[in-house]
Design a protein around this ligand. Structure first.
Ligand SMILES: NC(=O)N[C@H]1NC(=O)NC1=O
Ligand SMILES: [Zn+2]
Ligand SMILES: [Zn+2]
Length: 513
């Protein structure tokens, strides 16, 4: 008997080990699976799917009301003045925000998330966390600074794979129009069929090797395809004026640490030259014209003089054209940029205070259609903070999380209203990107909402929770701002509250059909 036991024992040990191994294996897989599947209860910091939010200041398309918004399964199902009593809510299902402002979440149509390929600059996880913390509920990602750039359907697929299970807010994608695909309809159609919301092109060098610049002829070649798909082209409108550039940069005595050196090397005539070429082709986009359905959108306008006049004229003729500017052009002026402080380097450059005043005038009068961040971070090494060389440093401002307080802090001095703010940051960007169910607090729309307190001031210092990657590179650090984001909802999920994010990233990739 003893002998038999000794023979069977090793066999039993092996069997038991196998059992334990497979049991552990199974539970590990289950856990991993749970992470990938992003269980619903982790998407939101709130347990309810059906609930009400109320406040004395809700910004709706019909004006500001005191009332309640009823949310069910990610959508807005009623908006009422006064107390919520329609669906007979239980007390715990009503969140009363007092006089904090309930506004549609911001839609930032100009964000460089840089993934795949340059995740050390930014990324889907970090970038969309910053967005959520700033009340931005949708971002549209630019096709460059990531590697490879988003210039074909295969490369879009790499983007979508990289974004999987990483995004805390909804994300749409622009495709890149470059000479290669502008002149090859099947690549362009492939990208548009795969769901990019429109195309982006650069009329000057982009600073990224695999994103070559396009001439107006490339844009002309792409427009009939865009008309067919009814999608916009968004354009970095600067054309290098060789004679000026040559003259400025060959001067030996120019100090690259002086902001004026950079400003003078990139004058408003670059913007004007590009926009002149663009308004030369937009007449065909008018109703009944051969390119009806196509739309030209000028990104990050800085020049508020001749360039803006050209856009205004084209609009008054009925061309399908629009324009955005960014908070940094509205907040800063060249006079106040310290020499060597490359955090302020961007293109086109931040111009003088006179230009900024005129830009505000255009925003308030509705000549500038919308705002975007052009959030374009990099790593500290490339910002050359030590050298302070404005000519060699990376051009790009890190700002995504501060869109709302920056626009509000500077804008309220000019009389900017909450309704204007919500048109500029939500409704108009939604229209540009073709996001029909977003951009307004209205029945049937996605429950994408920011709750914020315009009167609350805060210092952007080391004590303030900042979710922007390499926040020390942000031009806004050290400022005192007013307008604090309290909570952010994306499709009814409470994704950000009191400095904390929801446990799981449940944002949705938005693809055009
Ligand atoms: N490549 C890139 O992000 N460039 C952006 N940076 C900037 O300041 N202007 C731009 O177009
Ligand atoms: Zn640009
Ligand atoms: Zn950009």
């Amino acid at each position: 008997m003893d002998q038999l036991l000794w023979r069977v024992l090793p066999l039993l040990t092996i069997l038991v080990s196998f059992g334990v191994f497979f049991y552990l294996q199974d539970s590990y897989t289950a856990q991993f699976y749970a992470l990938i599947k992003l269980p619903r209860d982790k998407c939101s910091l709130l347990p309810h799917r059906h609930f009400w939010i109320s406040s004395k200041r809700i910004v709706t398309p019909q004006g500001i009301i005191s009332g309640s918004v009823e949310i069910n399964d990610g959508k807005i199902i009623s908006v009422v003045e006064g107390h919520a009593n329609q669906g007979k809510p239980k007390q715990e299902e009503v969140i009363d925000y007092g006089d904090a402002v309930i506004m549609p979440g911001l839609i930032d149509v100009h964000v460089h998330l840089d993934e795949p390929g340059r995740t050390e600059w930014e990324g889907f996880d970090t970038g969309t966390r910053a967005a959520a913390a700033g009340g931005v509920t949708t971002v549209v990602d630019m096709p460059l600074n990531n590697y490879p750039t988003t210039v074909s359907k295969e490369k879009l697929k790499l983007k979508l794979d990289a974004a999987e299970d990483k995004i805390y807010v909804d994300v749409g994608f622009w495709g890149g129009l470059i000479p290669e695909n502008a002149l090859n309809t099947s690549i362009l159609e492939g990208l548009l069929s795969a769901g990019v919301l429109g195309m982006k092109s650069f009329m000057c060098p982009s600073g990224i090797n695999d994103f070559p610049m396009t001439t107006i002829d490339h844009i002309k070649a792409g427009l009939p395809v865009l008309a067919k798909y009814k999608r916009p082209i968004v354009v970095h409108a600067e054309v290098q004026q060789d004679f000026e550039n040559h003259l400025e940069l060959n001067e030996d005595n120019l100090d690259p640490r002086a902001y004026l050196t950079y400003l003078n090397a990139r004058p408003p005539s670059w913007e004007e030259a590009a926009i002149k070429q663009l308004v030369g082709v937009t007449k065909d986009t008018r109703k009944g014209g051969p390119l009806e359905g196509a739309h030209v959108h000028i990104v990050h306008l800085s020049d508020s003089s001749a360039s803006l006049d050209l856009i205004k004229e084209a609009k008054s003729r009925g061309d399908s054209i629009s324009v955005e500017t960014c908070p940094h052009y509205l907040a800063f002026s060249s006079e106040e940029i310290p020499n060597g402080d490359t955090r302020f380097k961007c293109s086109p450059p931040i111009r003088d205070a006179y230009n900024r005043e005129k830009l505000w005038g255009a925003v308030l009068e509705g000549h500038i259609d919308l705002l975007s961040s052009d959030h374009s971070p990099t790593v500290p090494e490339l910002k050359l903070m030590e050298e302070g060389d404005f000519l060699k440093a990376w051009g790009g401002i890190s700002s995504l999380q501060f869109n709302l307080p920056v626009t509000w802090s500077y804008g309220k001095k000019y009389g900017l209203t909450l309704e204007q703010l919500s048109l500029l940051w939500s409704k108009k960007p939604a229209t540009l990107a073709g996001l029909e169910s977003k951009g307004a607090i209205a029945v049937g729309n996605h429950a994408d909402i920011v709750v914020w307190q315009p009167e609350l001031e805060f210092d952007l210092d080391d004590d303030y929770p900042v979710f922007i990657k390499h926040s020390e590179l942000s031009a806004y650090m050290g400022r005192r701002l007013s307008g604090k984001v309290l909570e952010t909802f994306v499709r009814g999920n409470l994704v950000f509250k009191d400095g904390k994010h929801a446990p799981a990233p449940c944002g949705v990739q938005i693809l055009a059909k």
